[in-house]
Design a protein around this ligand. Structure first.
Ligand code: UD1
Length: 434
């Protein structure tokens, strides 16, 4: 397993180009299943979860080709899907695989998708995805660990077509909203999704679907209306859908500079998508200037500790909680962090404590008392965003920090250590066996 070796204490200086959003790329890739024509996506980030999704789609018969002159542009052709199934081996490594369920049912009237298991940050059920698809007429059973879904009612015993429905999910769910929105594009009649997630990635997916011929309104609000159409068309390379910038990668670099100090300009990003995080960073005393497509961040001295509560968008994203905690760990003062989205998302706390942080966890809250210095140690990444928080702490800590199990980081960050090295961090990848 690869590790990252970081020698802390360097100021960060220069420019970073932000990649396309992981959490937009994954549903966008799955949405290509909805059309019998090739669909081109641009600004696809190069990371493990994208590779896993491509593998998942290839296993069904989807052909994908990265463009020779630009590997972040990919054309996917789902003309011939011979096997509408997501096997356990792939789903267990990436829960977002559940995003194939809606598109497969909508286009083929059947699907077989392994039920995702628990993961490090909580039990993460998919009951709302299933409930919504059942409301649209799907018959769903869980057998031998697989979601077996079929839409009855076709001629000669063939699968039928989903029917529009009014669906209110019990809680706001991001991939749940995405799955149901994709399913509804090809359903018969109108679907109304109440209590829909408002994340920018939902808007990105809706924009892709609309470009493919879907009729959707209200994306970015709590009520999304979809009028089903008979067929979605493809997108040629000239019509390629541009995936939005990754707001979590952006926020991670903002926290890194806030903690380590320095002056960095982030390019190809969008400040409007992370207002809650920028506001908290400003409260912490980090200087942030924003413009069309760029954010400049500057910081010197210790930041001030700032408390927050994670919320659905436009609130403070749970995916930024761990990174902001690393900033608070070296801040002046004490701050309370409340995690309201996931039940067990403080796995990074004990690792930060190994680096000298002072943090107490009480249920869903963590009280962080900033210390003037952290000291390097070997720590273990437990999930994707926890890994990023350990990297940030390592950039600040005195001496060497070795972050183990960085396959978590590789799942969701596009060449993170190369980007950090380019702005002056002393960070290197230690290969397995080296
Ligand atoms: C997505 C993001 C993830 C982010 C999360 C919350 C992707 C690929 N992943 O995950 O990075 O941390 O949103 O912003 O976009 N729930 C249920 N039943 C369901 C669905 C969800 O109980 O059927 C619960 C979950 O356990 C969780 C909460 O609802 O407590 C929100 O989860 P959800 O928004 O669904 O997260 P994901 O879509 O899996």
């Amino acid at each position: 397993m690869d590790k990252l070796l970081i020698r802390g204490g360097r100021r960060l200086q220069g420019e970073v180009t932000i990649s396309g959003a992981k959490n937009a790329a994954l549903p966008d890739l799955c949405a290509t299943l909805l059309s019998p024509e090739p669909v081109t996506l641009a600004n696809v980030p190069q990371l493990k979860d994208v590779a896993t999704t491509l593998k998942l789609l290839a296993n069904m018969g989807v052909q994908a080709e990265a463009h020779a002159d630009d590997p972040s542009t990919i054309t996917l052709d789902a003309t011939r899907v011979h096997n509408p199934e997501a096997p356990y081996e792939l789903v267990k490594t990436m829960r977002a695989s559940i995003l194939v369920l809606g598109p497969l049912l909508a286009r083929f009237g059947r699907a077989r998708v392994s039920l995702p298991g628990g993961c490090a940050i909580g039990s993460r059920p998919v009951d709302q995805h299933i409930k919504g698809l059942q409301a649209m007429g799907a018959q769903i059973t869980v057998e031998h660990g697989y979601i077996e879904a079929v839409v009855p009612g076709g001629a000669d015993g063939q699968p039928g077509r989903l029917k529009g429905a009014r669906i209110t999910t019990d809680m706001v769910t991001v991939t749940g909203t995405e799955n149901l929105m994709m399913a509804a594009t090809l359903a018969e009649g109108e679907t109304i999704l109440e209590n829909a997630a408002q994340e920018p990635e939902i808007v990105d997916l809706a924009n892709l679907l609309i470009a493919m011929g879907a009729r959707i309104e209200g994306q970015g609000t709590h009520r999304i209306r979809i009028q089903g159409v008979d067929r979605l068309h493809g997108l040629t390379p000239a019509q390629a859908h541009q995936i939005i910038p990754d707001r979590i990668e952006t926020g991670t670099f903002l926290c890194a500079v806030g903690a380590a100090g320095g002056e960095v300009t982030l390019r190809r990003t969008d400040a409007d998508q992370l207002e809650a995080v920028i506001e908290k960073l400003r409260e912490a005393g980090v200087q942030i200037e924003v413009g069309e497509g760029w954010i400049r961040v500057a910081s010197s001295g210790r930041p001030k500790a700032v408390g927050f509560r994670t919320k659905e968008h436009p609130g403070f994203p749970t995916d930024m909680q761990a990174q902001f905690m690393a900033l608070n760990a070296i801040a002046e003062g004490t701050a309370a962090i409340h995690e309201t989205i996931f039940e067990n998302r403080f796995m990074h706390v004990n690792e930060l404590i190994r680096l000298g942080a002072k943090i107490e966890v009480d249920g869903h809250s963590a009280i962080v008392t900033g210390v003037p210095r952290l000291s390097g140690a070997t720590v273990m990444a437990t999930d994707l965003r926890a890994s990023a928080s350990l990297v940030i702490a390592g950039l600040v800590a005195e001496g060497e920090t070795l972050v183990d199990r960085i396959y978590h980081l590789d799942r969701g960050y596009d060449r993170m250590e190369a980007k950090l090295r380019a702005i002056g961090a002393d960070i290197e990848r230690v290969k397995e066996g080296a």
